[in-house]
Design a protein. Sequence first.
Length: 78
Amino acid sequence: MLVDKQDLYRRIKIAGLVSFIPFILLGAPLTGYIIGDLLVKKLSFPGYTIMILVALSLLAGIRETVRIIKLCIRNSQT
């Protein structure tokens, strides 16, 4: 059972996109925490700034994950 090159390329592209999802979901809140901690320590922002930035960055990570999943679905249907 041979797979043509176009189908193989599409499968590799989808696998590459899906493999980035854990990094996005881990990196987004971590970035929010680092920036929030920097703002609290260096610029004397209130302590809840960290929680706000972590929540906003987590939402951004989830939004990006949904966008990647939609892109993978679109690529698999063509």
